[in-house]
Design a protein around this ligand. Sequence first.
Ligand code: NAD
Ligand code: ZN
Length: 384
Amino acid sequence: MKALVYEGPRQVSVKEVPDARIERPTDVLVRITTTNICGSDLHMYEGRTDFETGRWFGHENLGEVVEVGPGVDKVKVGERVVLPFNISCGFCKNCERGFTNYCLTTQPDPQLAGAAYGFADMGPYQGGQAELLRVPYGDHNCLRLGEDAAERENDYVMVADIFPTGYHATELAGVVPGDSVVIYGAGPVGLMAAYSATIKGAGKVMVVDRHPDRLRLAESIGAIAIDDSKTDPVQAVLEETMGLGADRGCECVGYQAHDPQGSEDPSMTLNNLVKSVRFTGGIGSVGVYVPQDPGGRDELAQQGQVAFDYGLHWFKGQTLGSGQCPVKKYNRRLRDLIAAGKATPSFIVSHELPLEQGPDAYAHFDARDDGWTKVLLKPGLATG
Ligand code: NAD
Ligand code: ZN
């Protein structure tokens, strides 16, 4: 089969690799029809993780079941399924409590928890940026789609990761109807957080970034765009909230947060949130932070440490929730919102390309080039 193989920093190429196959009785084999490029792939693509060369990315996957192992009861050949980016067992101590983001069975390292397709430090599993994908514990991990699966494929594929992740940010922050919410980052995840806050009935949604194309998408769903290359984002939020600060805030950038000129500082968005969220407000942090970052700007960053403004955070009595999204907690409900015609998360999609154009797509998305807001790779799509 063909896969988009990682060969080193900013180098991926389409190669022939051994076919994914059923390895255990509980596996399901999926022929991928859509697999997205995610901001999380970019940390690995840029060489800012220990992702191994020769492996391939792809954790936002949707496709058709082509084979099931003898221990699979529910999922049938021919069904269209969307896969949570977390690979989980459903029966370990963490899964049992709903924390499929920290599964203890699928992560082989006993010091760690949580697994994902094609992801640094999240187990040996290959990604879906390929023609075929092996899905462990298939009955548990496949979310089946209805008759509109093909027609709404670009919406349903968002349920693999970023729609639930954006929703999770608003859950961690505690968004309820009427709240004012500020979101740092207007990448796909930030836009899904803004969309989720809107679906939940937030009174005012503000989105901070500096890319005009991304800010326009935020405005297209009724959010207030704040361009931090033109204005101080904290001041802008205070002005929008009678000087009090937003009720809730979401971090949707991660450890490679930088100023509009490109200078990195992993504390930047967290500290801006502490300043722009009100006393007793809630903050949800889903942008990725890492325990070690050898490419970080100084010793602190290299050790995964952040100069967090804990004094002000404590003084304001804010809450802070963080971590990977437990996709299974939300994916069924978000799928049903799409099926009911009440959510169309595909509004952020800018490109649908064959797998062969993956290398070029990575370069553009990594550069946050104008108009490259979300790329969907379609392995079945004819090239040219
Ligand atoms: P992205 O890189 O496309 O978007 C990030 C955006 O943040 C960019 O538009 C950038 O301009 C903006 N930004 C950078 N510095 C900023 C600052 N100081 N203030 C405001 N905006 C700033 O990525 P994405 O796909 O939207 O993902 C965002 C983050 O979410 C990444 O860290 C990704 O790894 C993470 N993520 C986490 C989960 C999870 O389960 N927790 C799931 C998916 C993605
Ligand atoms: Zn993702």
